[in-house]
Design a protein around this ligand. Structure first.
Ligand SMILES: NC(=O)c1ccc[n+]([C@@H]2O[C@H](COP(=O)([O-])OP(=O)(O)OC[C@H]3O[C@@H](n4cnc5c(N)ncnc54)[C@H](OP(=O)(O)O)[C@@H]3O)[C@@H](O)[C@H]2O)c1
Length: 311
């Protein structure tokens, strides 16, 4: 059973200060939910949500002892933490898929249970699997911790999330401000995407807490459009009112460059990151439509809510 659909259920959002977490926090606030946000640094996060009175609780998912106080009185946990600068890992700092996604989720699940919580919603990603790239295996390990927890759970797998604060599509748009072209890594027209609007991920997450039909489900949470990466960027440029040409940057050349750059301090690129960002990102939203009654927003509609207001 999902937690009672009342405002007095206490929800802890791990990763609530982030991009996807921001969409979730705003949706919880819109629904009048009682929630707290886990952050490594409450002072730094204090101004994250202007106009919202947010209870920030200190904690680091890699350190179980730091989570005990944050879990006080918590009935449900939303796990959407991600290491800084993802997908570029930093082993020395413990900024890896393994540390923050896999071990971090195992810690959160254990501490949530010890605190008497009853429900967990985990933000995984499409492609999570026991085999394959290590980021898919880390997501799978986190999913399994949630599935085997004994808590009422829902696992959401978004493919590629866009919104006013994303770090991907906005990077292309930032490049297009001052140069006549936008570089795209990989073969043009090959990489297939199903971009999902951050507000839709927020709705799917909040609905998973409230709707008993979401219990023990693993949902793909893609948008309604299947597009190539070039089409996604062209759509965004058109809505932003910019005419730019797309310049393909061959993947093998970028990987060769990344092979050198990975040894720089705070590397801007690694070969793994090139693989990560050039993968297909598809996720059929029909299950969340049928079982949760949610209608995902078409890309051009989502973009039109914020892009024309820029500049
Ligand atoms: N963005 C996408 O397109 C996309 C697609 C599919 C799935 N997802 C999934 O959605 C989730 C959120 O992604 P995002 O893009 O929103 O990430 P993000 O913007 O980078 O946010 C990361 C969040 O994780 C928190 N965090 C980082 N390290 C932490 C630690 N050691 N302990 C506790 N909190 C920590 C940060 O909080 P503080 O800095 O305040 O501590 C921040 O709130 C991830 O699980 C990701 O795999 C995202």
């Amino acid at each position: 059973m999902a937690c009672d659909n009342t405002a007095d259920v206490m929800i802890l959002v791990a990763g609530g200060t982030g991009f996807v977490g921001g969409g979730i926090v705003r949706e919880l606030a819109r629904r009048g939910k009682q929630f707290a946000v886990l952050t490594r640094d409450p002072a730094r996060s204090a101004d994250r949500f202007p106009g919202l009175a947010v209870d920030y609780r200190a904690g680091d998912v890699r350190d179980p002892s730091s989570l005990e106080a944050a879990m006080a009185g918590v009935d449900a946990v939303i796990g959407c933490q991600q290491f800084p600068n993802s997908p570029i890992e930093n082993q020395k700092k413990g900024h890896t898929f393994e540390d923050v996604d896999a071990v971090g989720t195992e810690n959160l699940v254990a501490l949530a249970k010890a605190a008497g919580a009853r429900q967990y919603v985990y933000l995984s990603a499409t492609g999570a699997a026991p085999e394959g790239y290590h980021w898919f295996r880390a997501k799978w390990r986190a999913e399994q911790a949630v599935r085997n927890s004994g808590l009422t759970y829902t696992i959401l797998r978004p493919p590629w999330v866009y919104g006013p604060e994303d770090g991907a599509l906005n990077r292309f748009l930032a490049m297009s401000r001052f140069q006549p072209f936008v570089p795209l890594i990989g073969a043009p027209g090959r990489q297939e995407m199903q971009p999902v609007f951050v507000d839709d991920v927020g709705r799917a997450t909040a609905e998973s807490l409230d709707n008993p039909a979401a219990a023990t489900e693993t949902f793909d949470v893609g948008g309604p459009d299947v597009l190539t990466m070039s089409e996604v960027v062209r759509t965004a440029l058109k809505i932003a009112g910019r005419r730019r040409f797309l310049l393909p940057a061959p993947k093998f050349a970028m990987k060769a460059l990344a092979t050198l750059l990975q040894f720089a301090p705070g590397p801007p690129l690694t070969p793994d990151a090139i693989d990560f960002i050039t993968m297909d990102a598809l996720g059929d939203p029909s299950d969340i439509s049928q079982k949760l009654g949610l209608t995902p927003t078409p890309l051009h509609e989502g973009l039109a809510t914020y892009l024309p207001k820029r500049d």
